[in-house]
Design a protein. Structure first.
Length: 155
């Protein structure tokens, strides 16, 4: 699939991912973890489309996640946009394929920290450490799929 088609397809899939993540897949994994399909799509778009594609998909996905969570569209949009941008920057440096899963886990840890900080500010509570670690492990497992992403083609 060309870069020209990949980003619009991911943008169209984002509402479906947010819906599935919020309803059918909520607390579906062991440890009462919900797989973050939105995060995986944002990182995939950054890995596939570079920094610009990652930021665009991240802003869109974060806005959708924020709208699904309540009045948190702007902070989550900025957080997901930053994650997409960083994923795109990494792949623009032409990394080895094996670096994609560890980078995605590091980006998820960054996002999880940001979401925890935002929820502490807004709601006054935060998830437990065991939930954070379990969520990080599941995301790391699913991020192994990124090894199969075709490399970004430079002009």
């Amino acid at each position: 699939m060309s870069k020209r088609l990949a980003i619009p397809l991911l943008v169209c899939l984002m509402p479906v991912a947010v819906f599935l993540q919020s309803t059918l897949l909520a607390q579906a994994l062991p440890g009462e973890i919900t797989l973050s399909l939105t995060f995986l799509l944002v990182v995939a778009s950054g890995f596939r489309g570079g920094a610009a594609g990652g930021v665009a998909t991240g802003l869109w996905g974060g806005a959708l996640m924020g709208a699904a969570a309540g009045a948190m569209a702007v902070p989550l949009s900025l957080a997901y946009g930053l994650i997409g941008f960083l994923a795109g920057l990494h792949v623009e440096r032409e990394p080895y394929r094996w670096t994609l899963p560890p980078v995605s886990v590091a980006l998820f840890a960054l996002l999880l920290s940001g979401e925890t900080w935002i929820s502490r500010l807004v709601e006054g509570s935060e998830p437990t450490l065991s939930w954070k670690l379990t969520s990080l492990c599941w995301t790391g497992l699913f991020s192994l799929l990124f090894v199969g992403i075709p490399p970004l083609k430079q002009r």
